[in-house]
Write a protein that binds this ligand. Structure first.
Ligand code: TRP
Length: 469
């Protein structure tokens, strides 16, 4: 462990852009709108917001504190406090590999759609749906875009924490805001845009269900990049004088803002064109371009802007996932950054090839009843992130000394944090209990029992063997 050579964020603004860059991603622009659409809009959004404030911010502050306190990335953080906890970090690194087994595939689609917008392939509204299906089930085309997307990640991460990840975030995040504002401006001025606002902001509580609550909490974890050591890693590059509660508030606030902005960019226009909100995962790749195509010339420009925004958001997030896995090999194995990045990205590209092909030619190849793409998604979304969230809060609440944690959060008493005790109560009792309930119900509800047992056995195996790592 060579702490002196570890990277560090160059400025507060840079850190916030990088951490918000990690949080703001496909989760906000691709997943949030379709989950809101499928779950009836407003009511889902209210529960989502409650979970973000109560659980999400609590866990984010915990991750930042643990990361900065130990000044090592995911695995090292847990290990340096108590060796028996090493497995919790290892699960985080494993989750990074698994999420990166499908995230760049969708990122690649976004890059492809930038080009399809420019070359006019998205201008005929009648064929957009079928051409999306043909595209993602194809063999070479999606693979090439996925590879391009992953290579861009490698370029950023190889340059290091400050001149790679931070520099990219500082340019790309403000750009993302501007792009989304342009699209929202157009959407809100369309006839009947008010119906979209009503859908988003007027809750229909008859839509509340157990399934909806599960997806709201799951989405909060995914969107805020929690439960797998990502914010621990980013916190570990923070300077000691930074105000952690304030940064937590800003980063989660920005993430929520962008999710709502994505909703505003999509739903008013969607209702204006009389389309269905429950578009599922195809919402932003089918419904959104269809709306733009129906607008004619200006639609081409908006479509281009939209997919650039989607790509930018995806890139700064997958960079953080790549960094979690990379930092393990740097901190714990003493590898150079370039060796670690190349090694990690190579494993990721193999997983991505399998998951991309599982939507097409390898459609018949099932592991425990599901294709690779779905397997990775279910394992991380339903099992690993939630269990990771329970582990990090139990770790911070019960294994780290209260005094050490308080000193870290308040910079040794110099930063006032009025909610310190409330937060500690949430970390120690409320968050582990609520996340556990949701995790248990969610895991028990996984239709593919084989996948459920696979996920759980991975935990047991890691818990037994990872002390050596
Ligand atoms: N938060 C990102 C998104 O919304 C995805 C992501 C990046 C992530 N790092 C993560 C999800 C760590 C879970 C854990 O797209």
């Amino acid at each position: 462990m060579k702490k002196e050579n570890r990277g560090q964020w160059g400025s507060r603004f840079g850190f916030i852009m990088a951490a918000a860059g990690s949080a703001v991603g496909l989760g906000n622009i691709w997943r949030f709108p379709y989950l809101a659409g499928e779950n009836g809009g407003g009511a889902f959004i209210i529960f989502y917001l409650i979970f973000v404030v109560l659980i999400g911010m609590t866990v984010m502050l915990t991750e930042f504190s643990v990361g900065r306190m130990t000044a090592t990335a995911a695995v090292g953080s847990f290990k340096s406090v108590d060796k028996r906890w090493t497995f919790a970090g290892v699960i985080g690194v494993l989750s990074a590999f698994l999420i990166m087994g499908f995230y760049p595939v969708v990122g690649g689609w976004a890059v492809a759609y930038i080009f399809k917008s420019v070359t006019g392939l998205l201008s005929n509204p009648d064929v957009i749906g079928s051409s999306f299906d043909t595209f993602i089930t194809g063999t070479w085309e999606p693979l090439i875009w996925t590879a391009i997307f992953l290579i861009l990640n490698v370029f950023v991460v190889v340059r290091g924490v400050s001149s790679g990840i931070e520099a990219a975030g500082k340019i790309l995040m403000p750009m993302l805001f501007v792009l989304l504002i342009i699209i929202i401006g157009k959407g809100l001025t369309l006839p009947d845009a008010g119906k979209g606002l009503e859908f988003l902001f007027k809750p229909d509580f008859s839509k509340v269900s157990g399934k909806m609550l599960l997806s709201a909490l799951g989405q909060a974890f995914f969107s805020l990049s929690l439960g797998m050591g990502c914010m621990i890693t980013y916190g570990s590059y923070l300077k000691k004088e930074e105000n952690l509660p304030a940064n937590t508030f800003i980063v989660s606030g920005l993430d929520t803002l962008v999710a709502l902005m994505a909703g505003l960019a999509i739903f008013p226009a969607l209702f204006s064109f009389g389309m269905e909100p429950a578009g599922g995962p195809g919402l932003v790749f089918v419904v959104v371009p269809t709306i733009f195509a129906k607008m004619g010339g200006i639609g081409t420009v908006l479509s281009l802007i939209f997919f650039v925004a989607l790509f930018v958001a995806a890139l700064t997030s997958s960079v953080s996932l790549l960094e979690v896995a990379t930092s393990y090999f740097i901190d714990e194995r003493g590898w150079t950054r370039s060796k670690a990045v190349v090694f990690v990205a190579t494993i990721m590209i193999v997983l991505c090839i399998l998951s991309s092909l599982s939507l097409g030619v390898m459609g018949g190849f099932k592991i425990l009843g599901v294709g690779v793409f779905d397997l990775l998604d279910i394992l991380t979304d339903k099992i690993f992130l939630a269990v990771g969230g329970v582990l990090v809060t139990v770790f911070a609440g019960w294994s780290v000394k209260k005094e050490d944690l308080f000193n870290e959060v308040t910079n040794n008493g110099t930063v006032p944090f009025a909610l310190l005790n409330v937060w500690y109560g949430l970390v120690k009792y409320v968050a582990p209990i609520i996340i556990s309930i949701v995790a248990i119900v969610g895991i028990a509800g996984i239709a593919q029992k084989g996948v459920m047992f696979l996920g759980l056995s991975i935990f047991v195996i890691l818990a037994i063997f990872s002390k050596k790592l």
